[in-house]
Design a binder for this molecule. Structure first.
Ligand SMILES: N[C@@H](CCC(=O)N[C@@H](CS)C(=O)NCC(=O)O)C(=O)O
Length: 219
């Protein structure tokens, strides 16, 4: 059986978890904090989650895991089979990761974990996020999903990255990055209501206290 290694507070972990659930695949969750041991770093060289264990071994990097699942497993498709259409969806997912997730992530310590982030880092993140959201609203379809009429890998990134980046905007900059994008706001609300997304959110809420204690111990 597939095994998903990581922790429920991780937004990247939850992207893969939602893909597995939406595809109706059986999988087991394995609590995993790769930075804690040399064995962890053998499975995940950069110490990140998620990692997927399959028959032949381990696969790390969310985008790679998602493509692997698409190529090897059954269930509702989260990527088009046609190469050009597939590239369009993957480009949207990549844009969300590079231009929204990564700048927002530099502010997570202050937005979510009670630690201060340097003003220069916050200013850079704010600027990049404004551009990232402008780019997303120019390129995404929101009709009704990010890439068109069906749920795709781009929606997984959208749900789990944009929600956090939006919270960063509201908490640190007093900006709602989705203010100019009502269709995007509506999609976020709809995705949050997916039964599987609600289960994932509940698992995250359960895991949060232990995670915060671990962060405090690492400080
Ligand atoms: N490029 C990685 C990024 C994954 C990532 O950043 N995971 C975070 C949790 S959301 C993590 O493992 N952080 C641990 C750390 O950086 O020490 C992917 O796509 O899977």
């Amino acid at each position: 059986m597939l095994k998903l290694y990581g922790f429920s507070v991780s937004n990247y972990y939850n992207m893969v978890k939602l893909a597995l659930m939406e595809k109706g695949l059986e999988f087991e969750e394995v609590a995993f904090y790769p930075w804690q041991s040399p064995q962890g770093l053998e499975i995940s060289p950069r110490g990140k989650v998620p990692v997927l264990q399959v028959e032949q071994g381990f696969i790390h990097e969310t985008s790679v895991i998602l493509e692997y699942l698409e190529q090897t497993r059954t269930g509702p498709a989260l990527l088009p089979a046609e190469p050009f259409q597939r590239a369009q969806v993957l480009a949207l997912a990549r844009e969300i990761e590079l231009y929204i997730e990564l700048p927002a992530r530099t502010c997570y310590p202050e937005a979510f974990f009670g630690m201060a982030v340097a003003e220069a880092i916050k200013a850079k993140a704010r600027d990049e996020l404004l551009q990232g959201f402008a780019s997303l609203t120019r390129h995404a379809h929101f009709a009704p999903y990010v890439a068109g009429d069906s749920l795709s890998v781009a929606d997984l990134y959208f749900l789990y990255s944009v929600s956090l980046a939006r919270a960063v905007g509201l908490k640190l900059f007093g900006i709602d990055f989705l203010d100019a994008a009502p269709a995007a706001k509506a999609l976020l609300e709809r995705l949050e209501q997916l039964p599987n997304a609600k289960r994932i959110e509940a698992d995250k809420a359960t895991a949060m206290p232990q995670f915060l204690a671990m962060i405090a111990a690492r400080k």
